[in-house]
Design a protein around this ligand. Structure first.
Ligand SMILES: [Zn+2]
Ligand SMILES: [Zn+2]
Ligand SMILES: [Zn+2]
Ligand SMILES: [Zn+2]
Ligand SMILES: [Zn+2]
Ligand SMILES: [Zn+2]
Length: 229
């Protein structure tokens, strides 16, 4: 026999059939299909709003301090990467200010302070196009440029594990041990950093292996967290 419950629509309130495993209920009178947790319209493949730690302030003072601390470390690490890989010093010895490359594509740079013209790739003087004719490796349109900003690739290469910013919006609480975990990749199966057990980021249920994502599952194995948080 199916479980029974009540339709959450205030205008209705009739008997509803509850699909516990699937996480939704269906009103027998008005046919409204609703999420068992938030009581809003059923939202397959999407995280339930009640699991959003950022919206409901569901974290303790300790957890908050821990995240603040991690974010301070992340800021230092990201600053280091930025000034090592995305910025250079003006090669004019009388100047030497730190310059961020802003025009994408072109490697012909002019210092905003001393107006010195130089090549971003080799840092030699480069006023006209002569430098690039003589040094084709420094070509003006060069795909090997330093990035203007920190790219995911730079992060992957130079950030240590867990050194990136923690965004509460993409955090979930482990249903096994209650620890706060971050979603860092497209994968929705998260291994808890504390108890090392697995749970699903979308439905927040304990899972074993990837079986959870096969068949009639209402959770995708991967999702873009900007769309499906
Ligand atoms: Zn109803
Ligand atoms: Zn919901
Ligand atoms: Zn300069
Ligand atoms: Zn050059
Ligand atoms: Zn855990
Ligand atoms: Zn799930």
């Amino acid at each position: 026999m199916d479980d029974l419950g009540w339709c959450p629509l205030p205008s209705c309130g009739s008997l509803a059939t509850i699909e516990k495993d699937q996480g939704f209920g269906k009103c027998q009178h008005c046919a409204f299909i609703f999420c068992l947790d938030c009581k809003e319209r059923h939202h397959p493949y999407k995280r339930c709003i009640i699991n959003r730690l950022d919206l409901f302030d569901l974290i303790s003072q300790d957890e908050k301090e821990n995240i603040d601390h991690k974010n301070k470390l992340a800021e230092t690490a990201l600053n280091n990467i930025f000034f090592k890989y995305c910025a250079k010093y003006c090669p004019n010895s009388k100047c030497g200010i730190r310059i961020q490359k802003i025009q994408s594509g072109c490697t012909k740079m002019q210092c905003p302070r001393c107006y010195h013209h130089f090549c971003w790739v080799c840092l030699h003087d480069a006023k006209g196009l002569k430098h690039y004719k003589e040094n084709p490796d420094c070509e003006i349109e060069d795909g090997r440029l330093q990035p203007e900003a920190i790219t995911p690739q730079l992060k992957e290469k130079h950030l240590m594990e867990g050194e990136d910013y923690v965004n509460l919006k993409f955090c979930a609480r482990c249903p096994h041990c209650n620890a706060v975990n971050e979603k860092r990749t497209r994968k929705n199966a998260l291994d808890c950093r504390k108890c090392h057990k697995t749970f699903c980021y979308i439905c927040n249920k304990p899972i074993k292996g990837l079986e959870h994502y096969s068949g009639k599952s209402l959770c995708h194995v991967e999702s873009d967290f900007y769309a499906d948080f």
